[in-house]
Design a protein around this ligand. Structure first.
Ligand code: AVJ
Length: 323
């Protein structure tokens, strides 16, 4: 355990060195989620501008029976595996319905955060005393491989909440191709995609009036200050969000408001910023149905069904392995 957290720390510092030495500068959005970052993301999900979570919840609440049937959840015993489970609010709607239909399944949330898994387990054990829940802490692919070796159960893998949006399209192909390699013929993949819509609606979701998204972004600089001994002055950076309607990508940046030098103690290195130089922080890729179809095909899947909210803001897409 000691050595794995030491490795993690080195990777974090090395990733920061790499990103801040690059042109243009970048930091990886996967580092947003320390305790404060996770709390801020919860706050984002409640914002009036942040439609994603409510749209996907609507799908889970209004299409529960159809999802159950499309999963073939009453046919054979299966493992319901959730990648990056978070607080499991949406999944609990499915779990509740599946249990009431006497479906036979194990719920297996996978997350890199042990803390997130503890909170989730406690909540689900209270809410569903009859649920078989087995958490797996660690990297998605390593964990999936060992799971595949452990049981012959059919796997239904959930990757919800537009988490895929944080990958570029090329990275998404790599991700799903790897996933395809650990899946068998009757396994299913259920993915939440945020859809292309009025660009103003999208932009507002990443540039909220209360400035919570700005805080969420700036928190990563704070994390660098705390964990790597950096001396970022948060007042010298501001959040900037942009949506590119041809690429369908929302991106966020932290802009250096002046020429400045930042020192990072654990790297023993200084980084220069020009006035108004951007640090690229996050991509939130938006999809259309044609993109989803070709992504599935490129990765060895076929789209079996799509479930939308009433406004068609969001889709949960069910993919079947192509043998
Ligand atoms: C957790 C990746 C789905 O991109 O919409 C929210 C993260 N960033 N506001 C997203 C996020 C800024 C979120 N995902």
């Amino acid at each position: 355990m000691q050595s794995s957290s030491a490795t993690k720390q080195n990777t974090f510092a090395e990733d920061v060195r790499h990103g801040l030495s690059a042109t243009p500068k970048f930091l990886s959005s996967k580092y947003f989620y320390d305790d404060e970052g996770s709390r801020l993301f919860q706050e984002i999900m409640e914002l009036p501008e942040y439609y994603l979570t409510r749209a996907e919840s609507e799908i889970f609440q209004t299409r529960t029976k159809e999802i159950f049937e499309a999963f073939g959840a009453n046919e054979t015993k299966f493992d319901l595996i959730e990648l990056g489970a978070g607080d499991g609010t949406k999944t609990s709607v499915l779990v509740n319905y599946f249990l009431r239909q006497n479906a036979e399944f194990n719920y297996i949330p996978i997350d890199i955060s042990a803390e997130a898994l503890n909170v989730l387990t406690e909540k689900f054990e209270k809410q569903f005393p009859n649920l078989s829940i087995k958490t797996e802490q660690g990297d998605y692919f390593k964990t999936l491989k060992t799971l595949g070796a452990k049981t012959d159960n059919r796997k239904i893998i959930l990757f919800l909440g537009s988490n895929i949006g944080n990958f570029s399209q090329a990275q998404a192909v790599g991700f799903f191709t790897n996933l395809r390699d650990v899946m068998k013929e009757n396994d299913l993949l259920f993915i939440g995609f945020d859809l292309q819509k009025n660009p103003k609606t999208i932009l507002d979701a990443y540039d909220d009036a209360k400035g919570v998204t700005a805080k969420f972004n700036l928190n990563l600089l704070n994390r660098l200050n705390r964990e790597l001994g950096a001396n970022f002055n948060l007042d010298d950076f501001s959040h900037y969000a942009a949506y590119h309607p041809i690429e369908g990508a929302a991106r966020s940046f932290l802009m250096s408001r002046r020429e400045q030098t930042v020192f990072i103690e654990s790297l023993g290195e200084s980084f220069e910023f020009r006035a108004w130089e951007p640090i690229f922080m996050e991509i939130s890729q938006k999809y259309n149905l044609a993109m989803i179809c070709s992504l599935a095909e490129d990765c060895g899947f076929r789209v079996e069904a799509n479930f939308f909210d009433a406004r068609r803001y969001f889709v949960d897409s069910l993919w079947k392995v192509v043998p």
